[in-house]
Write a protein that binds this ligand. Structure first.
Ligand code: 2YG
Length: 282
């Protein structure tokens, strides 16, 4: 699990309107639009209900501690898609108590292992890694004009890559998966076969797979995993992995057929996931 730094996130809040413009150009949808499609919620439905709900974001000091700007940035993304958000003044248990006292409908908090949005009333939770994988898979589909029956390569079979794989299988894509640790790709293939009765292809040689695929999800923390020579004018890359797996040359070659951010799509998608718990049939 990659740990973000203040440097990764400090400009996000001020650039959310510009990011909507970029996303709309690439996918046809805003951050809220992508998140709603990834969560399976009508955007009009979300718009109607989100204004009346409150998200409480609680800083947590244990483990490697607070990341400067993390909770404020999460709150800015949640508010940007239309859901009022507050960062509790206190951290940890006092912060959790404050969120309850301030009647937050969903409570968002992250330690070194997990980042979740909980809905106490229904005892349900939304998970950032799962939401991030699904959000970026949805974004790739929107950017690439629909991925049904298309070959898609997922690099990285951790929590984010697993969620992306599941979402792509549900979209009808022919998914190939690669992980540097073969047992992780084996495990994911088994889980997908059991849960979705779908067969996915395990790739053992990444270079060959990069040659064979034009639709790629990079869900790894590797810095330079998709070399420029594998990028063609038909290549689309959706990269939830932090840091971005493309060097400067590769980025300029893929140009605007690339989706990447350190927090925005995942937080927006998990917020809509959590709001689903409050829908009448939620
Ligand atoms: O409350 C705080 O400020 C800290 N306890 C937050 C720690 C978050 C650690 N996790 C990460 O940095 C990432 N896994 C967050 C999600 C990244 C999504 N691409």
């Amino acid at each position: 699990m990659t740990r973000l730094t203040t440097n990764d996130i400090q400009h996000i809040a001020a650039q959310l309107a510009d990011y909507d413009t970029e996303l709309t150009k690439k996918t046809g949808y805003s951050l809220r639009g992508i998140a709603c499609r990834a969560a399976g919620v009508q955007e009009s439905e979300f718009e109607k209900m989100s204004a009346d709900l409150l998200a409480g974001i609680v800083p947590l000091t244990f483990g490697r501690g607070i990341i400067g700007g993390f909770c404020d940035t999460v709150a800015s993304i949640v508010a940007h898609i239309g859901c009022p958000a507050l960062v509790t003044q206190f951290a940890d248990v006092a912060g959790l108590a404050e969120a309850f006292e301030k009647k937050a409908d969903i409570i968002m908090l992250a330690d070194d292992d997990r980042f979740v949005a909980i809905h106490p009333q229904s005892r349900q939770l939304a998970d950032n890694a799962a939401a991030t994988g699904r959000g970026f898979a949805t974004g790739l589909s929107l950017m690439g004009g629909g991925l049904e029956k298309k070959n898609v390569l997922v690099i990285g079979c951790g929590p984010v890559g697993s969620a992306a794989t599941q979402a792509l299988v549900k979209l009808g894509s022919d998914v190939s998966i690669y992980d540097i640790n073969l047992s992780r790709s084996d495990d994911l293939a088994n889980r997908i076969r059991q849960s979705l009765d779908a067969k996915i292809n395990i790739v053992k040689k990444l270079e060959q797979a990069l040659t064979d695929h034009q639709f790629i999800v990079d869900a790894t923390p590797a810095a330079d995993i998709i070399p420029a020579e594998y990028i063609t004018p038909d290549t689309y890359i959706s990269a939830p992995g932090v840091p971005l797996g493309l060097n400067q040359e590769a980025r300029s070659k893929v140009f605007d057929r690339l989706l990447h951010d350190p927090l925005q799509i995942g937080v927006a998608t998990m917020t809509v996931d959590a709001m689903k718990f409050l829908l009448p049939e939620g």
